[in-house]
Design a protein around this ligand. Structure first.
Ligand code: ADP
Ligand code: ADP
Length: 235
């Protein structure tokens, strides 16, 4: 069975469907780009994958375990909390804590959610800052960093929880092209290292150069899906 499987996901807001029966299978190490017009349900579908949004109906399974019900239908199980925690998410607006430094932002969930010691969490945070090219920003606050730097800190924070899959919701849309390119560079590296990624994006070059597959969503449904070069070349 596939590593990640979303089956017939529907989401309604006030009785009006925003996601209309989306199914998607993602293999381990695969990078899927989701493209499509604004308001078509891309973000809502993405949020169903880590249960930030509860679908009206349909199931998402990761490694065979339902993100709604856990193993064998125990929705409060510790296992389920751990599973959701290991679906990392990177948002358009970074969502860093403004009163914590870069290294503290990356340490926090490691200590609170995973119970790592501060010393371990700090070591891991510094290694990840190095990996995204920001070791020199460790003790700076988000407000002292550029948007591109903030987003790379947010990516390091997601990586710190050892995610099984990373979800990106328009990670470069709030950035100038130059700063967006820094973020895309980090994402490209992660892809080449085998991270499983689902990326909602308007960056056609990322979809074409990095993604293994592109899904085009319109009006709540996948209308086209496949090899990036084939999907993106269609009129
Ligand atoms: P996209 O990511 O493709 O821009 P969204 O998933 O954000 O689309 O939104 C799809 C539709 O669902 C839009 O009409 C949006 O207004 C609506 N929507 C999204 N979130 C909510 C919500 N929390 N409550 C009500 N409507 C919502
Ligand atoms: P994005 O398109 O980047 O996802 P939005 O500005 O559409 O961002 O949505 C931001 C937040 O507002 C999300 O939590 C979304 O679920 C919610 N939202 C979007 N549309 C609506 C809506 N029509 N009614 C209520 N909440 C909404």
């Amino acid at each position: 069975s596939p590593f990640l499987e979303a089956e017939d996901i529907w989401v309604e807001f006030n009785g009006k469907p925003a996601v209309k029966g989306i199914s998607m299978r993602v293999d381990r190490g695969e990078v899927v780009a989701i493209i499509g017009p604004s308001g078509s349900g891309k973000s809502t579908f993405l949020r169903c994958i880590n249960h930030l949004q509860a679908p009206t109906s349909g199931t998402v399974k990761i490694d065979g375990i339902s993100v709604r019900e856990g193993k064998g239908g125990h929705p409060k199980s510790k296992e389920l909390t751990q599973l959701r925690r290991r679906v990392g998410m990177v948002f358009q607006q970074f969502n860093l804590f403004p009163n914590l430094t870069a290294v503290e932002n990356i340490m926090l969930a490691q200590v609170q959610a995973l119970g790592r010691t501060k010393k371990d969490a700090r070591g891991r945070a510094l290694a990840l800052l190095d990996r995204v090219g920001l070791e020199h920003r460790a003790n700076h606050y988000p407000g002292e960093c550029s948007g591109g730097q903030q987003q790379r800190i947010a990516i390091a924070r997601a990586l710190a929880l050892d995610p099984m899959v990373l979800l990106f919701d328009e990670p470069t849309s709030a950035l100038d092209p130059e700063l967006g390119a820094e973020v895309l560079g980090v994402m490209k590296e992660m892809a080449s290292e085998g991270m499983t990624m689902i990326v909602v994006t308007h960056e056609m070059s990322f979809a074409e150069d990095v993604a293994d597959r592109v899904a085009f969503i319109a009006d709540g449904a996948i209308v086209e899906q496949g090899n990036p070069k084939e999907v993106l070349r269609k009129p």
